[in-house]
Design a protein around this ligand. Structure first.
Ligand code: AMP
Length: 414
């Protein structure tokens, strides 16, 4: 027997139903905000992610499914969705034309992580990316778009926000943070963990992300990024908070919420939930006004987010009953009526009605028991009595109302 690969799972039955529901709800909400669907490849040149996600990140450093193809090119399975969308934007020369674009995407992402609940090697994200809008109103809109998705799916969350300022603010902040860490190490003879040591060389801001409690404790009094923001970034951050308040969106400011790389700027945000473990991240995003340029395009503003579909599914599973109500059970009491039943069901389906036809003829009571067990709402049967008058036996299994109906009545009942 050959099994599926560890951390890479099938999606079926109730999970598949929830997946479809999440995509449907999220796509509809994104469309309400003016976003349209984009589908980019699952496989890209490795260089794209090395540049965009950054060498100092765990994603590129440790987790990429990267290999040489038969032609010797280095390609990889996408670990995230933004880079491909940015590449598509630049490839269409929309950057040079200054086009405003709002796209949403969904699909598989691949990261070689240690598989555990809520963390898989193939997982799915729903995300949006907006190009060429500098206004902080759009930052608020992508946050509100996510709030609307969670509201529609009945998911509780906490929203954390922060501002990263500009690359100039970040550079000044990096120097201050490095200085602070050196002081701690010298004065308190404390050694930060080996990951932090590496981060100090590659990208010191990621030290703030460290999950090691000792490191975190020693960062309590670290310089605050908010003290390094320029006026424009401060104004935008204040405006963002004003818009969120005006729209009754609760949030808290988390000064440790950072994205270490230079092309991220101003707004950063994360949605967390306690329903699947302590403060599990269910979505994250922010502004990336320098990424398009960084990937070789013309200066273009950008803002977006990615939501983890498996984590949202886990939350829904913890509340959602598996009692899915099916629409109509159609059956025959004798084989000779199967053609008539088949043609009738085809007509009903073409009218947009969901009907399941059972091909085996059985006794009425056996069919009824199956329909009840499988949670159907309506039951329709054809036997000799019914065919005589071109009628069907119809039963509403919820109200137990039963009657003989012709086709026209039947199509109005189910
Ligand atoms: P990121 O692209 O790392 O900002 O992740 C965005 C969202 O994707 C996170 O908030 C998680 O909900 C989800 N996510 C990230 N990595 C994984 C994974 N390995 N398995 C499942 N979900 C993930």
């Amino acid at each position: 027997m050959i099994y599926a690969i560890k951390g890479i799972n099938d999606l079926l039955d109730n999970d598949a139903r929830l997946y479809e529901k999440i995509i449907q709800v999220s796509s509809k909400v994104a469309q309400n905000y003016g976003y349209s669907f984009i589908n980019t490849p699952h496989v890209e040149n490795t260089a794209l992610f090395r540049r965009s996600v950054g060498e100092s990140s765990d994603i590129v450093g440790k987790e990429m499914y990267e290999f040489k193809d038969k032609g010797g090119d280095s390609i990889c399975l996408r670990p995230e969705g933004t880079a491909g969308v940015v590449r598509a934007f630049i490839e269409r020369k929309m950057d040079k034309a200054g086009v405003v674009k709002r796209w949403f995407y969904h699909g598989s992402m691949f990261r070689y992580e240690k598989p555990q609940r809520g963390r898989y090697r193939e997982f799915h994200q729903f995300g949006v990316e907006c190009f060429n809008i500098a206004s902080v109103y759009e930052d608020a809109s992508v946050i509100m778009l996510l709030c609307d998705i969670f509201k529609e799916l009945d998911i509780n969350y906490q929203l954390k926000i922060n501002s990263l300022g500009t690359p100039i603010c970040l550079e000044k902040y990096r120097s201050a943070l490095r200085e602070y860490i050196k002081n701690i190490e010298n004065k308190l003879s404390f050694k930060f963990c080996s990951d932090c040591e590496k981060r100090m060389q590659t990208n010191v801001i990621r030290v703030l992300d460290c999950k090691n409690e000792n490191c975190a404790k020693h960062l309590d009094k670290a310089p605050k990024l908010s003290d390094f923001l320029d006026d424009d970034s401060k104004n935008d951050f204040n405006k963002l908070q004003e818009i969120l308040k005006n729209n009754n969106i609760d949030y808290c400011i988390d000064e440790r919420l950072v994205r270490g790389l230079d092309y991220y700027s101003k707004t950063a945000f994360e949605f967390v939930s306690d329903e699947i473990g302590a403060k599990a991240a269910i979505a994250g995003g922010g502004r990336y006004d320098y990424l398009v340029e960084y990937l070789g395009g013309a200066k273009s503003y950008g803002v977006g987010f990615a939501m983890g579909i498996e984590r949202v599914m886990d939350i829904l599973k913890s509340k959602d009953s598996e009692n899915i109500i099916k629409n109509a059970y159609f059956c025959v009491l004798d084989d000779e009526y199967l053609d008539l039943a088949y043609n009738t069901v085809s007509k009903l389906r073409r009218l947009g009605l969901s009907v399941n036809l059972v091909y085996e003829s059985r006794k009425l009571v056996k069919h009824l028991n199956s329909a009840l067990k499988e949670n159907y709402q309506y039951f329709i049967a054809i036997g000799s009595d019914e065919t005589k008058n071109n009628q069907f036996l119809f039963k509403n299994l919820y109200t137990s109302q039963q009657k003989l109906v012709d086709f026209d009545e039947l199509k109005g009942l189910i």
